[in-house]
Design a protein around this ligand. Structure first.
Ligand SMILES: *Cc1c(COP(=O)(O)O)cnc(C)c1O
Length: 401
């Protein structure tokens, strides 16, 4: 293994909080982000998953006979858990080979008059093919929900992702950029649908003092520790402990369980988010500039593919998402780098059918491309603390393997 870096780098670029953000301020988070991104009014939820749950509960009322939700077979396990908790059925669609988008033929085969919604997913900040999902959805009469949990600030044809489908949601979880420790935003173009989302949210996600206290303490912890000197304690040490006991799912925080919490977000955390959101445009711009600077170097490593955006779109760059030629070489690179403090990690460990705890929640499906994607990929954090030397060190290991 590579010698441990002196200070731990995070696996994704989060927006660090400042002391001043924590002072009670106006709870204008949703309005401020809507103004920054140029979206219609947004609905705040207690997580990205909760935003999806609210969306599904509301859409279900509109098409009660439809119970299936189609998603990429490589995505966050919280997505099928939310579908299950909403009383609906997850249907998996394989990926395009070596790509995060759903494969067009597989998508058509997965959708019919039983489909309630299709979830194109802007994975790793990259911009997904929403048009293909819209074409299929129009054919079968389903809704499109854009999963933009990892892509707050990504743009397509000059406007924010999340608005091309019927609904879109973003995550404000720790490590996903702007964070109120756990939070989510729900976007809808149609005012009537927005009304319906707001009514559904009020009904299924009431205020909870217990959850709000817990999240407030966690947010203080994030503010204190999401910085070079705190990340060893908050991220690196638990990661290494989980890897030592042979539990990669816990190492990347992929271990979730039901029921998923549903509650409102309190005013203090909204105020903290609003104050931090003032730095959001500069933060997204800086991540993007750093990515443009390091992409050519990463791409110059033989055998490495770095995922990028389709023409005309501008994703965000919380981390670099790489494909290596095969599992053996990906694992050899991780043997060197995963525990060494360079912010090199994996995104989701498995394709969805391969999580033991999702047994009975996702169907056993033949999804070879999603499995290949899980087996060959790794991520490199793109935080402000990454240096040229770090990227050089990482590229040397990648070239060696
Ligand atoms: C994180 C994530 C979610 C869930 O968002 P939370 O805010 O963590 O609940 C959904 N989809 C994808 C692709 C994600 O990465």
């Amino acid at each position: 293994m590579l010698p441990r870096r002196r200070q731990e780098l995070p696996p994704t670029a989060g927006l660090p909080l400042k002391l001043g953000d924590l002072r009670p301020g106006p709870a204008t988070l949703t309005a401020d982000i809507a103004a920054l991104l140029g979206t219609p009014p947004l609905e705040l939820a207690c997580s990205g998953t909760a935003a999806l749950l609210i969306a599904l509960a509301a859409l279900r009322e509109l098409k009660p006979s439809r119970r299936r939700v189609v998603m990429p077979a490589y995505t966050c396990p919280l997505v099928p858990l939310a579908v299950h908790q909403a009383g609906l059925e997850a249907v998996l669609c394989d990926l395009r080979p070596g790509h995060y988008d759903m494969e067009p033929h597989a998508l058509r085969a997965a959708c019919d008059e039983r489909t309630l919604a299709i979830l194109p997913t802007h994975l790793a900040g990259r911009v997904a093919d929403v048009d293909d999902a819209l074409a299929v959805a129009n054919n079968v009469g389903a809704f499109v929900i854009e999963d933009a949990a990892q892509a707050l600030g990504a743009r397509r044809d000059g406007s924010s992702v999340g608005l091309a489908g019927d609904l879109g949601f973003f995550s404000l979880a720790a490590g996903k950029g702007l964070s109120i420790y756990e939070g989510g935003l729900l976007a809808a173009r149609d005012p009537e649908l927005r009304e319906r989302m707001a009514r559904t949210a009020a009904r299924i996600a009431p205020p909870s003092l217990g959850w709000e206290l817990r999240r407030s303490v966690e947010l203080l912890g994030y503010a204190a520790l999401y910085r070079p000197r705190g990340l060893r304690l908050a991220y690196g040490n638990p990661l290494r402990r989980a890897l030592r006991r042979g539990d990669p799912v816990a190492a990347v925080g992929d271990d979730f369980s039901l029921p998923l919490p549903l509650h409102a977000v309190g005013r203090w955390r909204q105020g903290v988010g609003a104050q931090a959101a003032r730095r959001l445009p500069a933060f997204i711009e800086a991540c993007s500039a750093r990515a443009q600077r390091y992409l050519p170097r990463l791409r110059a490593v033989p055998g490495v593919t770095v995922l990028d955006d389709p023409a005309g779109t501008h994703g965000t760059w919380p981390f670099f998402f790489l494909l290596l030629p095969d599992r053996r070489r990906r694992d050899a690179a991780l043997d060197q780098l995963w525990q060494a403090g360079y912010g090199v990690s994996r995104l989701f460990i498995h394709a969805l059918p391969d999580y033991a705890y999702l047994d009975g929640i996702v169907p056993a499906a033949a999804v070879p491309n999603a499995r290949d994607f899980a087996a060959r990929s790794l991520s490199i954090g793109n935080s402000a603390w990454v240096t040229d030397t770090d990227i050089e060190t990482i590229c040397e290991v990648l070239a060696q393997v």
